[in-house]
Design a protein around this ligand. Structure first.
Ligand code: F6P
Length: 326
């Protein structure tokens, strides 16, 4: 193993429930293995601004149950420039940090990959995003909690949808991916999910209308993944109002509440396992890899593979939703 004594840890990009559990796991596992740990505040920006503090085991006490990230997070434009990254490298060296654990989504891991290659700097990534859009891992930290939040919201919306016999379009996050919309729809027993992965291939809305939504019910719930490809829930509702005026349509955009809340047991355990695995990876001399979970086993996924766009959606999930919504 290269001579690593001090590991820096940061969270970057959109926060996700379970990031704190990951920070705790990385910190404690690193200290357990004899490393010094430094918490870097506000993502990559904190490296530029020297917001760096030594973390002891007590710094991460009582946080496993908390949503958000105690390290704060940011999206940092400066880090995208070669000059910014040079400055970051010098600051890390000045703080005696000789490896990084970066917790974040594809933008954060893209930054990690570039930096690691430019400076031959050891970095391990942890997939922290509610979007579940990273390759090589069955689940990302925060995805399960966000799914549960979506499910609980839809359970509530269903009460009013049923009472008024309305068609509801519920827009969920996911950036360019439809995982939250599709699995949220299955979990909540919705009629359909309109997702970017298939939006360009078929007119999903026209198909739904022609099939009369769920024929056995007067109310319907359709999840819509936020994305320019789906057009979003508002645009779909407008279309229904104009093209199919018989429907009483309403829209609900769940927004940032999907990112908050105490992480589920699944996310806490996932984050704890991945955080510990990040330190094992450094001890194993792994570099430029994201920790993933596949068939309940920890795996190392090269950054280049993890951040590839268009993680595929399983057609079996689409078929299940379709079959169960008759
Ligand atoms: O990547 C996580 C995510 O919540 C996406 O689902 C969403 O598109 C985006 O971040 C929103 O970002 P912001 O909080 O910066 O508006």
């Amino acid at each position: 193993m290269a001579d690593i004594k001090c590991i820096g840890i940061l969270t970057s990009g959109g926060d996700a429930p379970g990031m704190n559990a990951a920070i705790r796991a990385v910190t404690r596992s690193a200290i357990f293995n004899g490393f010094k740990v430094k918490g870097i505040y506000r993502g990559y920006r904190g490296i530029m601004t020297n917001e760096i503090v030594e973390f002891k085991t007590q710094n991460v006490s009582n946080i496993i149950q908390m949503g958000g990230t105690i390290l704060k997070t940011a999206r940092c434009k400066e880090f995208m420039t070669p000059e910014g990254r040079q400055q970051a490298y010098e600051n890390l060296k000045a703080h005696g940090i000789d490896a990084l654990v970066v917790i974040g989504g594809d933008g954060s891991l893209t930054g990690a990959r570039i930096f690691a290659n430019e400076f031959n700097f050891p970095i391990i990534g942890l997939p922290g995003t509610i979007d579940n859009d990273l390759h090589g891992t069955d689940s990302t930290i925060g995805y399960d909690t966000a799914l549960n939040t979506i499910m609980e919201c839809i359970d509530k919306i269903r009460d009013t949808a049923t009472s008024h016999e309305r068609l509801f379009f519920i827009e969920v996050m996911g950036r360019d991916a439809g995982f939250l919309a599709l699995n949220g729809a299955i979990a909540a027993g919705a009629e359909a999910a309109i997702i970017p992965e298939i939006s360009t291939q078929v007119d999903q809305l026209a198909e739904l209308i022609q099939n009369g939504f769920r024929k056995s019910k007067n109310s319907s719930i359709v999840l819509v993944a936020e994305s320019p490809v789906t057009g979003g829930a508002m645009a779909l509702a407008e279309r229904v109002k104009n093209e199919y005026p018989g429907y009483d349509v309403r829209v609900s955009i769940l927004g940032h509440l999907q990112r908050g809340g105490s992480p589920t047991a699944f996310d806490r355990i996932l984050a704890s396992r991945m955080g510990a695995a990040a330190i094992d990876a450094l001890l194993d001399d792994q570099r430029n890899v994201m920790i993933g979970i596949s068939n309940d086993e920890i795996v190392y996924v090269p950054f280049a593979k993890a951040i590839k766009k268009d993680k595929p959606i399983k057609s079996e999930l689409l078929n299940t939703l379709h079959r169960l919504s008759i």
